[in-house]
Design a binder for this molecule. Structure first.
Ligand SMILES: Nc1ncnc2c1ncn2[C@@H]1O[C@H](COP(=O)(O)OP(=O)(O)OP(=O)(O)O)[C@@H](O)[C@H]1O
Ligand SMILES: [Mg+2]
Length: 257
């Protein structure tokens, strides 16, 4: 199962990605969690100790690696460089593992508009395709907010987009855009997880706006999740109720909803 978790800023993408990854890992699956947000914080949400987080170097910042693989100097607009750099050894070499979840942090690429082709971008895009195609049980990609990067095809080829929404019009607008884009680039399934639900009114709002066959489930607003975030702890270890809700969602993913 290769999943890209998307949605508007702050809706809970990282929280959901981390908890889903931990659930799969605890069930014995080989899980790779990809932090594809330039503002990377997935390892923290997964419960990685600070010491290990400090060791993480995002792929795009590995200048030597970028240069070695693309034959172009990183940070430059080289006229000639390899468009098919070797990437198959990168996941194993640069992934950090804790609690049974491997994390790969992609880093930022200053793409300077959708037309830009720079060596870092080519390496990341190729690496992402490789991650999607490789023989891992589960790949969960925590994406950058919004849809611009999706439009550049960074997550093309995944089995599903999971759009995290809140009970509000703005996050639903993002969902509609992702849905349209998913159809355009041939992503088979675009599913919704409704997060930060507080009451029945919120549930109805979601049910009114999301097709039943696309809705994976509700995650209720939970102070424990916020408190985990404040104390730099994994919500997986500290928010049992939310963990159970996401376990249920995982079952629906497995069953194709
Ligand atoms: N179910 C929930 N109940 C309460 N708080 C939540 C819930 N889910 C997420 N949060 C809180 O909302 C905030 C944003 O969550 P998170 O970082 O997962 O969102 P994000 O979509 O990854 O944000 P960004 O777009 O910045 O990457 C965090 O403080 C998190 O603890
Ligand atoms: Mg995030």
């Amino acid at each position: 199962m290769k999943i890209a978790v998307t949605g508007k800023g702050g809706v809970g993408k990282t929280t959901f990605s981390a908890m889903l990854s931990r659930i799969y890992a605890d069930e014995g699956y080989r899980v790779l969690s990809v932090d594809a947000d330039p503002d990377a914080n997935l390892a923290l949400a997964l419960g990685f100790p600070q010491k290990l987080i400090d060791e993480i170097v995002p792929i795009s910042e590995m200048k030597n690696l970028v240069e070695e693989r693309t034959s172009a100097e990183a940070g430059t607009f080289a006229k000639m460089f390899k468009l098919n750099p070797k990437v198959d050894d990168i996941p194993d070499r640069y992934c950090k593992e804790y609690n049974g979840v491997g994390v790969l942090t992609m880093g930022t690429v200053d793409t300077g508009g959708s037309g830009c082709v720079c060596p870092e971008h080519v390496l990341l895009k190729r690496l992402t395709s490789h991650l999607i195609l490789q023989n891992k049980d589960v790949v969960v990609m925590d994406m950058e907010a919004g849809i611009e990067h999706l439009a550049r095809g960074t997550a093309q080829g995944v089995d599903a987009f999971i759009v995290v929404v809140e009970p509000g019009e703005r996050s639903l607008q993002t969902y509609r855009k992702v849905k349209k884009l998913g159809e355009d680039i041939g992503v088979q399934k675009v599913w919704v997880v409704a997060n930060k639900i507080r009451n029945e009114k919120d549930e109805y709002f979601i049910l009114d706006n999301v097709k039943k066959e696309e809705l994976l489930g509700f995650i209720y607003y939970n102070e424990d999740v916020i408190n985990s975030d404040r104390s730099n702890l994994s919500p997986y270890d500290n928010s049992e109720k939310t963990r159970e809700e996401i376990k249920y969602i995982k079952q629906k993913i497995q069953g194709g909803i």
